[in-house]
Design a protein around this ligand. Structure first.
Ligand code: NAD
Ligand code: G6P
Ligand code: MN
Length: 440
């Protein structure tokens, strides 16, 4: 089998060590010649890079590994690009969360005004990344986790409509399946899911096992009785446990389908607002927790020159998903993944250009969604409203349109009031400075 060249963009991401661990885990099926980390922040990336040197020396000795801030070194002659950048870093995430909260609105990384703000920042860097890759490796597959994946997907589809080797993904459906697997005592890889919606805005309608039995009714009963927790609950911060816990509330109100956890911000905005601390948000939790831990452990392992903490390369569903996706493409396995793709009739009664999150078979010719059919009025209403928000956000970016930005935020279920939308938009423009395009 041909050995591949891979670049990880956002090499300094807190998720990179786990990802490197998954590359080791899949080295037989997904053999790599060269792995390069690329980041714009050399210092931050070097901590992960020095850890990677130890990991690969011990566990993947024939692999060429390096880390760089040089685009030619990173993007020449690559087969796969895994992307997980954060424009503005965690300090800007903190502002995305705190500025809306200071105005009495939900402050969240990818939902509502925070997601809008992050989206406006991410679009420019993601377009630049695609251009940087395409000018050097025109056939590389670009698998992208960068958030807000919903808005990034819409914007990239507007900018590069014919590029079918960009796949935007999210780990939340697979995280949920892993949690369902724990409840049911089954491996999530054996589930065949049926799922519809937008990114961070979708529902499982069925969860078939190997024999074709739908496990969703049983799962619903268990969650309604016992509540719901992430598979890796012991390693999660309190806010994530609360987030998973609300799946039960959503099921009590809307028992048809199993909801994505992010729907709680749209279905219970007032309640969620009352639970969020405007002075200490999820960004603070991450900066005080995961970020510190990951960098301290990378430094320690680099210092001692040998790997002793397997926790660091603990293969979570997040890291495995992107590697398994690349493997399915490379070996044309046509396995099922829940991914973000242009609708094009897969859901009959949603717009063709919506970037929907659906189950798809993924192989060497790309993604082929499973046809979904029609969705019911309640879900269609919610999705169309949210899709209008996403589309107007991307259009506001491309057209430098204050008016479209205002429309987007007014439509968002976490805002609703045009006066509030204007207030938060003005605050976000001010806070983002040159990260934002000029909105006129
Ligand atoms: P992080 O800030 O720790 O890491 C991001 C890295 O990207 C930093 O090292 C930063 O220097 C780098 N970066 C910023 N701009 C860049 C650019 N233009 N080019 C290259 N590198 C750049 O953030 P994190 O918490 O590790 O998250 C990384 C990304 O992954 C975020 O976008 C996050 O939202 C996303 N994520 C997505 C999913 C999903 O389900 N889609 C899941 C987890 C994380
Ligand atoms: C899930 C979502 C991602 C999001 C992440 C945030 O995995 O699917 O889109 O970025 O959670 O996690 P954090 O721990 O950084 O709050
Ligand atoms: Mn996600």
């Amino acid at each position: 089998m041909k050995k591949l060249n891979l670049v990880i963009v956002g090499g300094g991401s807190t998720w990179t060590p786990g990802l490197l661990g998954s590359l080791v885990k899949f080295k037989e099926e997904f053999p790599l010649k060269k792995v390069t980390l690329y980041d714009i922040d050399a210092e931050r990336q070097s901590h992960i890079g020095r850890f990677g040197e130890v990991l690969f020396r011990e566990q993947y000795p024939d692999l060429e590994f390096n880390y760089t801030t040089d685009k030619d070194e990173a993007f020449n002659n690559v087969d796969f690009v895994f992307c997980q950048m954060r424009t503005g870093g965690l300090p800007m995430r903190e502002k995305d969360e705190k500025v809306p909260l200071s105005l009495g609105l939900i402050g969240q990384e990818t939902c509502g005004p925070g997601g809008f703000s992050y989206g406006m920042r991410s679009i420019r860097d993601m377009i630049e990344l695609v251009e940087d890759v395409r000018s050097r490796s025109k056939d590389a597959w670009i698998l992208n986790y960068t958030n807000p994946a919903a808005i990034v997907a819409v914007a990239l589809n507007m900018k590069f409509p014919d590029d079918h080797r960009i796949i935007n993904i999210c780990d939340q459906p697979v995280n949920l399946m892993k949690s369902y697997g724990k409840i049911l005592g089954k491996d999530y890889h054996d589930f065949e899911p049926k799922y519809f919606g937008l990114n961070h805005f979708g529902w499982f309608t069925n969860l078939y096992d190997k024999d074709g039995k739908d496990l969703l009714p049983e799962l619903r009963e268990i969650i309604l009785k016992q509540g719901f927790a992430p598979e890796d609950a012991e390693q999660r911060d309190a806010s994530w446990l609360e987030t998973y816990g609300m799946v039960k509330d959503m099921l009590e109100d809307f028992p048809d389908y199993l909801p994505n956890t992010y729907l709680q911000y749209y279905l219970y905005p007032y309640y969620k607002l009352s639970k969020l601390d405007p002075n200490y948000t999820r960004a603070n939790e991450v900066m005080d927790g995961r970020e510190k831990r990951v960098f301290a452990e990378c430094d320690r392992i680099a210092e001692q020159g040998t790997l002793d903490n397997l926790e660091m390369v603990h293969n979570d569903a997040h890291a495995d998903m992107i590697v398994e996706l690349a493997l399915s493409i490379n070996s044309n396995l046509r396995k099922t993944f829940i991914i973000i793709q242009e609708n094009n009739g897969a859901v009959n009664n949603l717009p063709d250009d919506a970037m929907v999150e659906l189950a798809a078979a993924v192989g060497s010719n790309g993604c082929e969604q499973y046809h979904f059919g029609n969705i019911d009025t309640f879900y269609k209403g919610l999705i169309e409203n949210q899709y209008a928000f996403e589309k107007l956000t991307a259009e506001a970016y491309f057209e430098n349109s204050y008016q479209k930005a205002l429309q987007a935020l007014t439509l968002n279920r976490t805002v609703n009031s045009a006066k509030k939308a204007r207030e938060v938009l003005d605050a976000l423009i001010e806070m983002n400075g040159s990260y934002f395009p000029e909105l006129r």
